[in-house]
Ligand binder design. Structure first.
Ligand code: PEP
Length: 252
């Protein structure tokens, strides 16, 4: 039996118009209704309204894929945590490697967004992970420890209970090259260790730590069987209701 309830979160990235989102959910919602884990879909801003409405009264929880760190004001094009909360959004992905790579996201802005999300009452899914070069240079653990520490700066003990950390090796995202279950376990355990150093063992033992990176129906069960892997952040496979449901089944 797993120590913590698993959380399986789909990250749709920039896919699915509101119309397409509706169709995908019609297939997905019945497929996961008896899930034993927490099921989340993290969708584009433009889909949120429809998705929240469709998921109301189901066991599917809704997340956004980013949030701005300021409360309100002259930040054209940005979306605040209060806006998401008021819409009925519960989770938000923060610091996805695509945002770090293409949109100038840094550990510092990840920390600001994490604090903004928590202060508003959203549950952040904070993404960390190394590049292939960093793994080959043997600095994975050091790097991920630092990413976690900076992301959680000024996050209180009470707040950190609402944080999920997703370990996503960049070389495994969207590449079909999954980390081995041992590699995933090793880094997820290292993340739990640093959380323990910061907040104590009880909080570390309660924290949900996901793996993400080419997780699919064929490899999910083995990854999710590892003691420190409490779920998955699923990109590509979350766009297919059937595949996503199979991964959810693997987590139960
Ligand atoms: C992701 O986007 O978080 C992800 C893990 O993508 P994929 O499953 O496609 O590798």
């Amino acid at each position: 039996k797993r120590k913590r309830k698993a959380v399986i979160a789909g990250n749709w990235k920039m896919n699915n118009t509101p119309t397409e989102a509706g169709l995908l959910l019609e297939a997905l919602i019945p497929g996961v209704h008896d899930a034993d884990c927490e099921v989340v879909v993290c969708v584009p801003f433009t889909d949120l309204c429809n998705v929240v409405a469709k998921c109301a009264g189901t066991n599917v929880h809704v997340g956004a894929q980013n949030v701005h760190f300021e409360k309100s004001g002259a930040f054209t094009g940005e979306v605040s945590a209060d806006m998401l909360l008021d819409l009925g959004v519960e989770y938000v992905v923060i610091g996805h490697s695509e945002r770090r790579q293409y949109f100038g996201e840094t550990d510092e802005t990840v920390n600001k967004r994490t604090l903004a999300a928590l202060n508003a009452g959203l549950k952040p899914i904070v993404c960390v992970g190394e590049s292939l070069t960093q793994r080959e240079q043997g600095v994975t653990e050091e790097l991920v420890r630092m990413q976690v520490k900076i992301a959680l700066k000024d996050v209180t003990e009470e707040q950190v209970k609402n944080v999920i950390i997703a370990y996503e090796p960049i070389w495994a995202i969207g590449t079909g090259r999954t980390a081995t279950s041992d590699q995933a376990q090793e880094v997820c355990a290292a993340i739990r260790k640093v959380v323990g150093e910061l907040y104590g063992n009880d909080i570390a033992e309660g924290m949900t730590i996901q793996y993400g990176g080419s997780m699919n129906p064929a490899n999910a069960a083995e990854l999710l069987a590892k003691p420190d892997v409490d779920g998955g952040l699923i990109g590509g496979a979350s766009l297919h209701a059937g595949k996503f449901c199979e991964i959810v089944d693997a987590a139960t």
